[in-house]
Design a protein around this ligand. Structure first.
Ligand code: GLN
Length: 389
């Protein structure tokens, strides 16, 4: 048989699928793959159900239903003061993953360099490579995930076509500050590159941390697109409804990829998401408050067991240093051990690094779970590591 695609052939099954399967087999509490254990707003789900029964159920417009494009345009303005045209500056996609793929397919040519910040979300590297891009990594290290100018200097060059940025960032929980974003914007402009910003956790930030879209920085509007996902904002990760916002020219180019990838997304889901996006401030504040309460609870409980935790200002992930409790193996061994012996699943942070010599003593816990679930997970970890004392 002839060889199938060699780029994708190099990758195994995604860590999310592997660990969720293991969690199920071991009846472990799954704090690995990131998904909430309570579904998002009932009225949004009811709206989708009504749409499925009453229609429309045929192909919606390729750029997305008018309802959702209007709602995305409105939320850009409402939350960040970004003014966009719903008809030309927005594409609705089947999840942020499709959006990322469309952007990479449309904006880079084989041989172009793409700057990626490590640790990175799992689909970034395969999608960049499949589009023919050459990855240039900028590594961030726990526990503070600081951006190093030296590493940026080494990654950016005249060959840079695109920066792929994720803020708030999975798996770190980092929310890039205005200063850090300005630094990145300076590099992007200096090398005349594009920026694709994965902002799926835009509404999940804590304390004083605020999400700032890179496209709002001076000079970035024409070279940046931002990606959102209803999966995160409405705790409906199975829906896979995403949206890309950018200037008319870039959106036009990206639409060329979208039209040949999925073309459209179920209209009932789109219109329900449109309804959801228009929810009042209370909904968005509650989302932040409830996620922050879960982070505080889980972080404190990990700290009480003896784990030191890395900074976490956004997303629903927190990273714990396994050496801080005297564990001497790798993060992969740690995850195997706790899943089989303690009944708790987490993810090894090394799975999110692509370069050699990656950090291998941090594990990522997903904390968007009911309090009783988090409490049981903590009790299991406590008993496993500290026995009965
Ligand atoms: N984004 C989720 C995570 O980081 C998982 C998504 C997926 O399973 N592909 O855990």
């Amino acid at each position: 048989m002839k060889q199938t695609n060699e780029v994708l052939g190099r990758f195994g099954t995604t860590v999310f699928e592997v660990m969720s399967k293991l969690a199920m087999e071991n009846k472990a509490i799954n704090l690995g793959q990131g998904f909430p254990d309570e579904d998002g707003p009932e009225d949004v789900r009811a709206m989708a159900a009504k749409g499925f029964v009453e229609g429309p159920n045929q192909y919606p417009p390729m750029m997305g239903t008018k309802e959702l494009r209007n709602a995305v345009a409105h939320s850009n303005h409402r939350f960040y003061g970004i003014a966009v045209e719903p008809d030309t500056d927005i594409i609705v996609t089947s999840g942020a993953t499709e959006a990322l793929n469309d952007c990479l397919m449309a904006l880079i040519n084989p041989g172009d360099e793409v700057v990626l910040l490590e640790p990175l979300y799992d689909c970034y590297l395969p999608l960049v490579l499949r589009a023919g891009g050459i990855p240039k990594f900028v590594r961030l290290d726990p526990p503070h995930w600081e951006l190093s100018k030296e590493r940026l200097d080494a990654a950016f060059s005249e060959k840079t076509k695109l920066l792929l940025l994720n803020t708030p960032m999975n798996p770190t929980g980092k929310v890039f500050t205005a200063e850090e974003l300005q630094l990145l914007a300076d590099y992007v402009q200096k090398y005349d590159a594009y920026a694709v910003c994965d902002e799926v956790y835009e509404h999940i930030t804590f304390g004083l941390a605020r999400h700032i879209p890179l496209c709002t920085l001076h000079g970035m509007g024409d070279r940046t697109v931002r990606i959102g996902s209803a999966g995160k904002t409405f705790s409906l990760t199975g829906w896979k409804v995403g949206y890309i916002t950018g200037c008319t020219e870039l959106i036009g180019k990206i639409a060329k990829a979208h039209q040949f990838v999925t073309f459209t997304t179920p209209p009932a889901l789109q219109n329900a998401v449109a309804f959801g996006l228009e929810k009042d401030d209370e909904f968005y504040n509650d989302l932040q408050d409830s996620m922050q309460a879960k982070r505080d609870f889980f972080r404190n409980a990990l700290n009480d067991i003896g784990f030191e935790t890395a900074d976490c200002d956004g997303t629903y992930f927190i990273n714990a240093d396994i050496r801080s409790i005297g564990y001497e193996g790798t993060d992969v061994e740690f995850c195997q051990e706790i899943i089989t012996k303690a009944g708790v699943a987490a993810l090894p942070v090394s799975a999110f690094y692509a370069t050699e010599g990656a950090v291998n003593h941090f594990v990522r816990f997903c904390f968007c779970k009911r309090e009783d679930v988090l409490t049981t997970a903590i009790r299991r970890l406590e008993e496993f590591f500290n026995g009965n004392d």
